[in-house]
Ligand binder design. Structure first.
Ligand code: AMP
Length: 283
């Protein structure tokens, strides 16, 4: 695996790869099986897999969350080598933001920017778009691998690809959420949970699954309230949202017609660790 940290070094490699298809897997590191499933899928589909590790400051709305984001680069390198990643791109902050954080681009993302994650993490998706555009301007990816775990982010990045100019637009490949046996969605942030908190964290999956199992037209509010209570009575400290939305548009569904495909989404805190998850319904 080649490891590079500058645009120039990456370009020198890319010049020699003309004609090969490229799969790109952007990450913030602290890699787990979920990330590796994206690498494995990219290896199947593309000739070359490029993984980036960059903890992007502009997508964090709280400095403490950015500062505490887990960093395990040596282990990440080992995992990527074991999973036959071709290139690891590890840019420094001043490579991505050479002019600091002033005069950055703003993207018109429509209504999906300001609901759910966007409501609780103002400017989060603007930051995501800045870094994804930056990467895609450098990496002529044929495929962009993303995880369903970040459902709204997938929709935002689809929208981003509609509004930016790129020499080549990658096709977006969305991979299912990898879970532990308990149902807990794998996440870099799980490493900040102690033993008991990790058990509590499994209630995020249980709460969303409760809705999937019990939702009928007419009992939407009841299901959401029960799911929120399940979190709060099992170790979660604060629920940002538990919501049912149209799986295609992400419009919130207050009254379900019994047919529209749905996504059930949740975000909640255990101490200061914020966990998100979602389930599609019907599968
Ligand atoms: P992150 O490092 O959290 O920014 O995630 C990098 C990519 O991995 C994103 O596309 C995530 O949606 C995806 N990802 C994170 N967790 C999982 C998971 N449990 N299963 C599958 N993909 C995931």
């Amino acid at each position: 695996m080649l490891i590079v940290s500058t645009i120039n070094a990456l370009n020198d490699i890319l010049i020699n790869l003309k004609g090969k298809s490229i799969g790109f897997v952007p990450t913030m590191g602290a890699l787990h099986e979920g990330h590796l499933s994206l690498i494995q899928k990219s290896n199947q589909k593309a000739d070359i897999t490029i993984c980036s590790i960059f903890v992007n400051p502009t997508q964090f709305n709280q400095q403490a969350d950015f500062d505490q984001y887990p960093k395990t680069v040596d282990n990440d390198i080992r995992l990527l080598k074991n999973n036959n990643c071709s290139i690891l791109f590890l840019p420094a902050i001043n490579e991505v933001y050479p002019n600091g954080y002033n005069s950055l681009n703003t993207y018109n993302l429509g209504f999906i920017e300001n609901l759910l994650e966007g409501k609780y993490r103002p400017r989060h998706f603007q930051g995501v778009c800045l870094v994804i555009e930056w990467f895609l301007k450098i990496i002529p990816a044929d495929y962009l691998f993303l995880g369903q775990k970040d459902y709204q982010q997938c929709m935002v990045i689809k929208q981003l690809l509609n509004i930016i100019q790129l020499d080549k637009k990658p096709s977006i490949e969305i991979m299912p959420t990898l879970r532990e046996q308990t149902g807990l969605a794998m996440s870099s942030r799980n490493s900040r949970l102690n033993h008991d908190e990790r058990i509590s964290a499994t209630f995020m999956y249980k709460a969303l699954f409760y809705i999937v199992e019990n939702l009928k037209p007419g009992n939407e509010v009841e299901c959401i309230e029960h799911a929120s209570q399940l979190l709060l009575s099992n170790g979660f400290d604060k629920v940002d949202y538990i919501t049912i939305a149209d799986a295609k548009t992400l419009e919130i569904v207050h009254i379900w017609d019994g047919e529209t495909h749905l996504v059930v989404l949740g975000a909640a805190f255990i101490n200061d660790v914020r966990l998100i998850d979602n389930l599609l319904f019907p599968k």
